[in-house]
Design a protein around this ligand. Structure first.
Ligand code: NAP
Length: 437
């Protein structure tokens, strides 16, 4: 197999062989080779094995579309010299059907071997049933930042009157906060024990019918997340990095998030950044050219700011819960989550996925909008350094929609636009890719 040659004598060899031989029920493809992580970066072969997970609900349809579009873009940009070798991994109900578990160990190992994965949405029952598989994957692979670009596409019916001026990238922390999964049901032995402890140690009164959740936010995890956002801002020549928090109320979690964020900016990126105070006191109110303005906004204000003056914001860095709310709200301003992609990234591993869920009522009907998953695929290509193919996909989706070709979620806002099926829209994007230079 190709990967054997690639890894021969490389430091990762032993690790890869160990993981490979521990796979129980799946095998990687016979052709292609794995992306390597060397000296803090990827070494990408010409035929990388890239994993994909179809997911539940509309997942198989939108992931299938995205794979077709990625293949077409790679072919268009690199001719025959590069090609993705897709490797299917399993999670969600398909995994349960095939292997009796929603998240097989083999899937996590496969994602580690592949380094990057294209993932469809996975169902999480509300208030009962299994915990989120997405959260489990993010935690197990330590994918600590969720990165969501939110920008306007010409032709998309958008509720914001300033939609054309929205071009944000939201960095949401992915591993801690109230999403860490530390919570106990009201009346449970654990909840009662915590209530008793809080009363005994701190004199805090909680009634026994109280459910308990814990909100951990740590210096180490905050700093690595903010560091990633600042590096991104520098690399992508962004103008502003805003720390979003509710530190006026939750001082030692969200307030600390803000303080640690400024510490990273000022101690590690001093030559690249200026603060709002410095801009006011030293630069007459305008950040000097080439410098990134680092500021902070309280969460409720942040929501109204992206609605009333989105042009003042650029990269927004948030803890987990704030980021979840803010990214859906921001996506809605530019026309909904059918076109919103996301990338979950740690230091080594990453997966790209649409922001939306499984939209069960549309499953199997070929009416879902595949754009979010297609653009997630474009983010994945950018992440591995195939920037030209990534940019081509963004342009092709935008031009296709601008030409009036769209799925029902967008078409229903116009009187004379005939909605395309998922497959027809995918074909149209591929046609655009073939035409664009
Ligand atoms: P959802 O699946 O995103 O669907 C909500 C609504 O959004 C749909 O009814 C539809 O709106 C619209 N929509 C979403 N994706 C669309 C697409 N590709 N094309 C067209 N319309 C689309 O949210 P949900 O109903 O709250 O969640 C369903 C399941 O997905 C839950 O189990 C949830 O846990 C899971 N989920 C998973 C992920 C993930 O895997 N990362 C993320 C979010 C949710 P209209 O009805 O207005 O047409």
């Amino acid at each position: 197999m190709g990967f054997k040659a690639i890894y021969f004598f490389e430091p990762e060899l032993l690790l890869v062989i160990a993981v490979m031989t521990s796979l129980e029920k799946i095998r990687p493809p016979d052709e292609g080779s794995f992306i390597e992580y060397v000296d803090s970066g990827y070494r990408v072969p010409s035929k990388p094995i890239i994993a994909y997970i179809e997911g539940d609900g509309i997942g198989p349809e939108v992931v299938g579309s995205a794979r077709r579009v990625l293949d077409a873009a790679v072919e268009r940009v690199y001719g025959g010299s590069r090609r993705i070798v897709w490797w299917e991994l399993y999670a969600g109900y398909k995994a349960e059907k095939l292997f009796g578990t929603l998240l097989p160990e083999d899937t996590l190992k496969g994602m580690m071997l592949s380094k990057v994965t294209l993932k469809g949405p996975l169902e999480t029952p509300i208030g009962t049933g299994h915990r989120s598989i997405n959260v489990a994957i993010r935690q197990k692979l330590d994918l600590y930042s969720n990165i969501r670009p939110v920008r306007y596409f010409k032709g998309v019916p958008a509720p914001s009157r300033y939609a054309e001026k929205i071009n944000l990238v939201i960095f949401r922390e992915n591993t801690e906060d109230v999403y860490a999964g530390i919570e106990w049901q009201a009346g449970s032995r654990e909840a009662l024990k915590v209530i008793e402890f809080l009363h005994r140690e701190f004199g805090i009164e909680l009634t026994p019918d109280t459910g308990i959740g814990v909100k951990p936010i740590s210096e180490y995890r905050t700093k690595r997340h903010v560091r990633k956002a600042l590096r991104y801002a520098i690399q992508h020549k962004r103008r502003v990095v805003t720390l979003m928090h509710k530190g006026n109320i939750m001082k030692y979690t969200e307030g600390a998030f803000m303080n640690w964020g400024y510490e990273v900016a000022l101690n590690e990126f001093r030559e690249y950044v200026v603060t709002e105070k410095e801009v006011a006191e030293l630069y007459g109110g305008n950040p000097p050219p080439g410098k990134i303005l680092v500021n902070d906004r309280v969460a409720d204000n942040m929501f109204q700011q992206i609605i009333t003056r989105p042009w003042d914001y650029d990269v927004i860095v948030t803890p987990n819960l704030n980021g979840d709310y803010l990214s859906d709200a921001a996506s809605a301003l530019v026309g909904g989550i059918g076109i919103a992609p996301g990338l979950n990234a740690g230091d080594i591993f990453a997966f790209a996925e649409p922001v939306h869920g499984t939209a069960p009522k549309y499953a199997g009907k070929s009416v879902a909008n595949p754009s979010a998953t297609i653009l997630a695929g474009a983010m994945l290509l950018e992440h591995i350094g195939w920037v030209e193919a990534s940019e081509l996909i963004w342009r092709a989706v935008e031009e296709t929609i601008a030409s009036g070709k769209m799925t029902q979620d967008l078409a229903r806002h116009y009187e004379n636009v005939k909605p395309l099926s998922t497959t027809e829209f995918t074909d149209a994007v591929i046609e655009t890719i073939k035409r664009l230079r």
